[in-house]
Design a protein around this ligand. Structure first.
Ligand SMILES: Cc1cc2nc3c(=O)[nH]c(=O)nc-3n(C[C@H](O)[C@H](O)[C@H](O)COP(=O)(O)OP(=O)(O)OC[C@H]3O[C@@H](n4cnc5c(N)ncnc54)[C@H](O)[C@@H]3O)c2cc1C
Length: 427
């Protein structure tokens, strides 16, 4: 089987297929150190909280289990454990801030909740429970769960590639798929070596497309409807630091507080989210900041990654960070924040913002079991990478799982929904 695209989704799928004993080739256009792609970076929020029966909580928890298996596999045959879950996950409470107008949503979220959490329904409770200083119009939830916090996509991809190789399968870098066609039941994959310009064609009976924002272009000849159903959008990411002279005046209690109140998701109109990406050489946290709904159209997908941030985007990032730090009762103001760096990133969005892990569809109704697409991951893919990879591998191998939640996820992400979505394209 050939998996095209070695980001979080393709790498997870190629690993799950390797675990099933399949003969897999993973093809990636970038060199082994990535410089772009939706999975670029060192932190993504990993969180589990969701309403009863939520497929995304199920998928995140499945991914944590699958990641444990990956770690065990990598440690197999070693005299000491060289790999740990902590290399990938940083467990830290996830803080959610809601507006009081979302009270019903919050109540539904917390009803029968199995994930550990604490809740402050007003200003007084937030002060007593969390030492937070919030306006009366907001509510705060904090999630406390092992492996909720952040996960590091760069390290996860590296470990997945190690495991794929350990299982005897291959990953090729600097190999761009230029054309993907199906002829007489066989996929003809034309590949250009980015470094030498040499071209070759490989043939495969089955293909998994995992090209992130490039999926639409990649599959245009075999599943053309995906280019209408998945749209890439630009998002900005700012990396901010508290200026050194201010950071050095913080007490160790204040520094600990800063660490334990990231990541955060503020469920306001723009959905401000922020997390500690890493620490600089002086142990100052580098805060990654973005707005989930602050996305814009893309003129040229190959060029967008190099686009800098606008002054307004930097301003927005600083304002929202200063606002959050004041809610934490930390003595840090807008003018104490410095812009370290920033870049443009790309989400692949479906209309409902729910991803696809699906077979292709022929003649608008028949399922083509020789082709799987995993994509449209929006801003939620990373935390459940190995669960999506597992589902894609199951589809590719014709395996199933009878658990209720698996089936629920499968129908939300899979071919039943895709057929409906294809029917709706022309409406
Ligand atoms: C700004 C931002 C913030 C996010 N925050 C979170 C978060 O906090 N929590 C969370 O759970 N998720 C988050 N996500 C979502 C998550 O990062 C993505 O869902 C995930 O990384 C998608 O991975 P992918 O493999 O589909 O795409 P990519 O990482 O883009 O992988 C696709 C790969 O395919 C390769 N490729 C493309 N075309 C070809 C070709 N023709 N030939 C060969 N190779 C090809 C590309 O080079 C790339 O490496 C965020 C995403 C973004 C953009």
């Amino acid at each position: 089987m050939v998996v095209i695209g070695g980001g979080l989704m393709g790498s997870s799928t190629a690993w799950e297929l390797s675990k099933y004993g399949q003969n897999v080739l993973l093809v990636e256009q970038q060199d082994s150190i990535y410089t772009f792609g939706s999975s670029l970076g060192e932190a993504r929020i990993s969180r589990s909280l969701g309403p009863k029966g939520d497929i995304f909580s199920y998928l995140q928890q499945t991914a944590v289990r699958e990641t444990r298996d990956l770690i065990d596999y990598l440690n197999e045959g070693q005299t000491k454990s060289l790999h740990t879950m902590e290399d990938i996950y940083t467990t830290s409470p996830v803080t959610y801030i809601y507006s009081k107008s979302q009270l019903n949503e919050v109540k539904a979220l917390l009803e029968g909740q199995t994930v550990n959490y604490e809740y402050a329904s007003n200003k007084k409770e937030a002060e007593e429970k969390f030492g937070m200083n919030i306006p009366d119009t907001t509510l705060v939830i904090r999630e406390f769960q092992e492996y909720s916090g952040t996960l590091n996509p760069k390290i996860l991809i590296k470990k997945l590639h190690k495991a794929i190789n350990k299982a005897g399968n291959s990953i090729v870098y600097n190999q761009k798929v230029k054309s993907l066609k199906k002829e007489e039941g066989i996929y003809k994959i034309e590949i250009t070596d980015i470094k030498t310009g040499a071209n070759k064609t490989i043939l495969s009976k089955k293909v998994v497309a995992a090209a992130g924002p490039y999926n639409g272009t990649l599959v245009k000849d075999v599943a053309p409807y995906f280019s209408s159903l998945i749209s890439p959008k630009r998002l900005f990411l700012s990396f901010l630091k508290i200026k050194a002279d201010k950071y050095d005046t913080l007490t160790s209690e204040q520094k600990n507080r800063l660490n334990s109140y990231y990541p955060v998701a503020y469920l306001n109109a723009e959905i401000f989210y922020s997390m500690i990406e890493k620490y600089d050489n002086n142990q100052r946290p580098i805060l990654k900041v973005g707005g989930h709904f602050l996305r814009t159209d893309i003129k040229d997908l190959d060029e967008v990654w190099a686009m800098g941030l606008t002054a307004q985007e930097i301003q927005w990032s600083k304002e929202n960070t200063a606002d959050y730090l004041s809610k934490l009762d930390l003595p840090v103001e807008f003018s104490d924040l410095e812009f370290d760096s920033g870049y443009s990133c790309v989400y692949s969005l479906t209309e409902s913002e729910i991803p696809y892990v699906s077979h292709a569809i022929i003649n608008n109704k028949e399922v083509d079991s020789s082709f799987v697409l995993i994509g449209g991951m929006s801003g939620i893919g990373a935390k459940a990478s190995l669960a999506y990879g597992l589902m894609a591998a199951d589809l590719a191998c014709g395996k199933d799982n009878t658990s209720f939640m698996y089936q629920k996820a499968k129908s939300a992400l899979g071919s039943q929904r895709l057929i409906q979505d294809i029917h709706n394209i022309d409406k």
